[in-house]
Design a protein around this ligand. Sequence first.
Ligand code: HEC
Ligand code: HEC
Ligand code: HEC
Ligand code: HEC
Ligand code: HEC
Ligand code: HEC
Length: 402
Amino acid sequence: MKNKKFIKFIEFIGFIVLKNSTNSKNIINSINALCFLLSALCSLLFALPSEAKVTGVCSNCHTMHNSQGGQAMATYGADGQPWRGTGNPISFLLRGTCLGCHGMGTANKIVALEGNNIPQVYHTDPSGDLAAGNFAYIIGTKGNGASDRKGHNVIDLGNLDDFLTIPPGQYHDHGIRNTNLTCAGTRGCHGTRNSSSTKYNSLRGAHHGNVEGRLDNPTENYNSYRFLRNVKGLENPGVAKWQNNAPDSHNEYFGATTPLTSACGTCHISEWVPPGVSVMVAKPASGTMSNFCGTCHGNFYTLEGIGNDVSSPFVRHPTDVFLKGTKEYAGYVYYSVIAPVARTTVPAAASDIVQPGTDVIMCLSCHGAHATNFEHLMRWDYKGWPENGQTNGCNVCHTSKN
Ligand code: HEC
Ligand code: HEC
Ligand code: HEC
Ligand code: HEC
Ligand code: HEC
Ligand code: HEC
């Protein structure tokens, strides 16, 4: 049922309940009953994913012939940057490349386009970045100087990573290089990642089907967390969309401690695409954010895994393990947007409470996704501490290591 219908339904029930109440005691009972009904319905309502499809005039985003009055229309994107549409036609008749729409290069992290809001992953907004970070730190148009070590140098940026050629910690060579890493598809992160999916094709239908809210049953790109195939999570809806603003207003990431048994099956699932052809699609079997990062950085995800390397002393920093309720981690009880945790059940709404013994550490507890202002794509200045006088995110969990 759509949200609007739900609200109408609640209003109708409320009307009936109040209308039928004749004396004051009845009214109080009725109001109590109504409140109960409302809260029950609301929690159900918030638990359901809601529509976040692109809407509005087709010509805002598509161009039929890439020509109007003889002028090219496919020109979205930051001025002077390689991803600005050159005027050549783009797949799906789009008016911009992926970064063309998502990297307008303005001072806004969200750009309004006649009824649609486009989340920006390359911008100079002084008020902060969206949850995945900001590619501008790599190029240096924002932050304390350009550096290839600040993030994922997708080729679309036109700025190859001079230090890293393959994904550090890769489990097997799947041909992903600094020379071909891109937004989506075989050599990317978003969308369907089989060996023949192109950047655009891999996202077919995602924008026009997009849902947000609690995404606990990802079956397609449009109902996976941020179009990351098979990843679960809670997409923060409403005004805080795409943002991790405060302890009580943020996305929720999914984590799990379920042992994964088959080595190949940790990252691959056989799918029938198109009917009759079986291909191995790379997608995190457990649906956790860390497992997703592990599809390219497998060795850092302690592959064998969440089965073996689950106890101290660890050989690599663990992910998808509980914050112990008994040790120093027991002191981490108030959610930190500097070093967030993942939840073992996707919650219906963002919570500012951390539960050691239930919540887990993930890659994004320490790292950003696209790029950050810090070396190694860290969420805080790990190398500069303590001279920088800033928060050391390690202490958020290791509370006795100040
Ligand atoms: C705010 C931007 C936006 C608007 C407005 C928009 N589209 Fe799209 N559309 C996209 C993007 C981005 C893609 C390609 C990626 C994807 O499929 O997710 C796309 C893909 C498509 C596709 C191919 C994939 C699919 O879902 O079948 C069709 C067909 C399409 N659009 C038709 C339309 C029509 C018709 C309209 C107007 C009613 C429209 N679009 C309005 C952004 C937009
Ligand atoms: C014509 C403009 C346009 C183009 C081109 C485009 N997008 Fe988008 N994209 C949008 C808009 C508008 C939204 C916001 C939809 C919403 O309101 O949730 C969006 C949302 C997204 C999101 C966030 C989805 C979520 O769960 O909130 C991702 C990820 C994304 N796009 C990736 C891509 C990739 C990858 C490409 C290239 C294959 C691409 N986009 C091309 C307009 C575009
Ligand atoms: C599609 C494969 C792929 C996925 C998925 C992926 N990465 Fe990477 N990652 C790479 C490649 C390739 C490089 C090296 C090139 C570069 O840094 O630009 C890299 C580099 C890095 C670096 C080093 C950055 C630097 O320049 O020092 C970090 C940290 C990192 N990834 C973390 C993550 C995290 C966290 C996730 C999950 C949110 C993730 N990666 C998901 C491919 C991937
Ligand atoms: C750590 C994660 C991970 C594991 C484990 C893993 N793969 Fe992959 N594999 C990937 C990724 C990511 C790709 C790239 C996407 C693609 O091409 O499908 C890939 C690609 C492939 C491809 C396509 C190759 C190509 O060039 O397009 C095959 C075949 C494959 N893997 C087989 C296997 C087999 C067999 C195993 C078990 C021995 C395995 N993989 C284990 C992550 C993994
Ligand atoms: C989100 C919480 C979190 C953050 C942030 C975090 N850790 Fe950890 N760390 C853990 C957990 C949980 C363990 C596993 C402890 C266990 O199960 O005994 C761990 C384990 C370790 C271990 C291994 C301990 C052992 O017994 O083998 C070291 C060393 C460590 N962390 C250092 C760091 C450093 C350095 C940083 C900052 C770069 C950091 N951690 C950030 C949660 C965190
Ligand atoms: C406890 C914090 C923490 C967690 C959790 C964490 N990392 Fe890191 N990562 C770091 C730090 C700090 C560095 C910098 C190098 C170092 O000190 O080892 C780093 C470096 C990296 C690099 C660059 C390695 C290189 O050769 O330059 C990659 C890639 C990476 N991490 C990926 C991941 C992935 C994927 C995960 C989740 C499976 C993850 N990290 C989880 C803190 C963390």
